[in-house]
Structure formats: structure tokens, C-alpha cells
Design a protein around this ligand. Structure first.
Ligand SMILES: [Zn+2]
Length: 294
């Protein structure tokens, strides 16, 4: 298996998880991983949970996160979900190269869905010349999300330590697609078989997706959970969640939905390819990654 692409099917739809690379979150630019990911976790419970996942807080000094985009070939459309982080770091911005290696031409993509406006999800919107990197695509985003990042709101409401980089990426990557973006503020079908699901909290207009074909479904939860421990400890929010209570609520709802539908899940920041199912465990769920060796 390639470490950069993973092919699978949802009913008739041919899907490919495509890596944009990884980013290592290291102090002092970021808080230590346990604080970054589980900002409100009670200390003792946290230690216990980390041990269960073969982690120890003192030794867990940096978190390397994959960035995973998705291509879905539906009956009539070629859809890309998120564009990766572009030039955020030397280890990111691999999306284009990996698409080409998977024989997916950027020009053939007709729909780009942006789950939210963080740098790791919109950073590949434009090419080096500042033009849309997917020239024949219409872009799709939740309206509240677009409004937040393209107005003064972001600057006014974000914490100081993250504001500069987040605003910089939004200013670079959103205005160039302005004439090509469809905005909406209710759940709806984006293309036949792909539905927008409201998932606010991580950011104001954060969006999940439900992809269904022939009775099978995949829930792209985007950043509704950043680490498998979030599935087990549903109330633990990340330091980067904009509205923590809302983020936690959204996570509960979306995981219930996945469990009810026995859906596959794609989580943008989980170990590549980020695809798996969830099993009930206590008050939460346990992550069951798919077997990629098959
Ligand atoms: Zn993210």
C-alpha cells in the first residue's frame, strides 16, 4: 500500500484518501500535545487514557498529525474534500503530487468542498501564481464559515497566539475563489450522494459530510475529533476548538449518527488513511481503523 493514497469504495463511488503530508506540532509554537488536544481533561483521567493508548504525557512532547484529503468519484462528479495545508510547512503541500500519482488530474475535479477555513484544510486552494489550483471546480463552503474568515470577525474573536497564521492563510486562500464559491447555511445535498452536515464548534461553520451510495455510507467528520481518544472521551475538547461546548455537542451527534448508520468514518487528523468504524465502549466509542493490508 502507498502511504500517500488509499483507494476504497462506498457503494458505486470510487474514493481515494490522499495525504497532503503531516505536520509536527511542537512547543513552543504549540502547547504540548496533551494540552493542545485535551485542553480540559482532568489530569488523572488523562494519564490513564494516554496509557491505554501507549502514550505518556511527559514523553509525549510533540504530535505528528496526518492531513488527509478525500477524492470521491460519484456518478456525475469528481469531488475533492479539503485542499490540505499548502506551504504551511516543508512537510505539507503534497496533495497535488499525490493526486497526480493517483492519476487524478486537478483539472478534472469539478467540486471542491471546504469543511472549514483552517490553514490545513484550505491551504492548497491556490497555485503558486495565486490562482485557483482546481481551475474547473466550483468551491463549496458553509456561509457562516466563509463570513467568519473573510470579515473582521476572525481577527476580533480568535486567540492572539493563533490569530496571525490563521488569518494570513484565510486572506491568501479564500479571496481568489470568491467568484467560484457556493455558500449555504442549511444542510443540503451538494452533489447527488454527498450531503453537507452542520458540525459547528471546531470553527463557526465547520461542516461534516455524508457520502452515500447503494446503501453504504461514509461520514467525513473533518475535525469533529482530532485524535482517537476524543471518541472515548467525548467531552474533552481541543485548545483549537473555537466554541468548545458546541464542538463537543457536535461530536456526540455525529458519532451517534455514524453508529446508527454503521457508517465508515473518515477523520482528517487520524493516522492515515483516517478511515475506520466505531464500536460502543462505555459512554463513548473505540476507534477501529480499517485493515489496509487487505
Ligand atoms: Zn484540521
Amino acid at each position: 500500500m502507498s502511504n500517500d493514497t488509499y483507494h476504497f469504495k462506498i457503494g458505486r463511488f470510487e474514493c481515494t484518501a490522499v495525504s497532503d503530508g503531516t505536520l509536527t506540532y511542537t512547543p513552543p509554537a504549540f502547547p504540548p500535545p496533551a494540552t493542545l488536544l485535551f485542553a480540559n481533561a482532568p489530569k488523572e483521567r488523562l494519564e490513564q487514557m494516554l496509557l491505554e493508548h501507549n502514550l505518556q504525557s511527559e514523553q509525549w512532547v510533540e504530535w505528528t498529525s496526518p492531513y488527509i484529503c478525500l477524492v470521491a468519484k460519484t456518478d456525475d462528479h469528481l469531488v475533492l474534500v479539503d485542499t490540505g495545508a499548502g506551504g504551511l510547512a516543508s512537510t505539507t503541500g503534497r496533495l497535488m503530487q499525490n493526486l497526480r500519482e493517483a492519476r487524478i488530474a486537478p483539472e478534472d475535479i469539478d467540486t471542491v468542498i471546504l469543511t472549514h477555513g483552517h490553514p490545513d484544510h484550505i491551504g492548497g486552494n491556490i497555485d503558486v501564481g495565486g490562482n485557483p489550483a482546481f481551475p474547473n471546480a466550483r468551491y463549496v463552503m458553509w456561509k457562516d464559515e466563509w463570513d467568519f474568515w473573510t470579515s473582521e470577525q476572525a481577527e476580533q474573536k480568535l486567540d492572539e497566539h493563533v490569530r496571525e497564521i490563521l488569518v494570513k492563510f484565510a486572506r491568501e486562500n479564500l479571496p481568489p475563489i470568491q467568484g467560484k464559491v457556493d455558500l449555504f447555511n442549511r444542510e443540503k445535498e451538494i452533489v447527488p450522494g454527498i450531503r453537507a452536515v452542520a458540525a459547528p464548534g471546531h470553527t463557526p461553520g465547520h461542516m461534516a459530510l455524508e457520502i452515500s451510495s447503494d446503501g453504504e455510507s461514509l461520514l467525513c467528520i473533518a475535525d469533529s475529533a482530532l485524535h482517537p481518544i476524543h471518541l472515548q472521551q467525548l467531552d474533552w475538547h481541543a485548545a483549537v476548538d473555537f466554541a468548545p461546548d458546541q464542538a463537543v455537542n457536535t461530536r456526540r451527534k455525529i458519532l451517534h449518527r455514524a453508529a446508527d448508520q454503521k457508517a465508515l468514518i473518515l477523520a482528517f487528523h487520524f493516522p492515515f488513511p483516517g478511515i475506520g468504524r466505531i464500536d460502543q465502549k462505555g459512554d463513548g466509542w473505540r476507534w477501529q481503523p480499517i485493515d489496509t493490508a487487505r
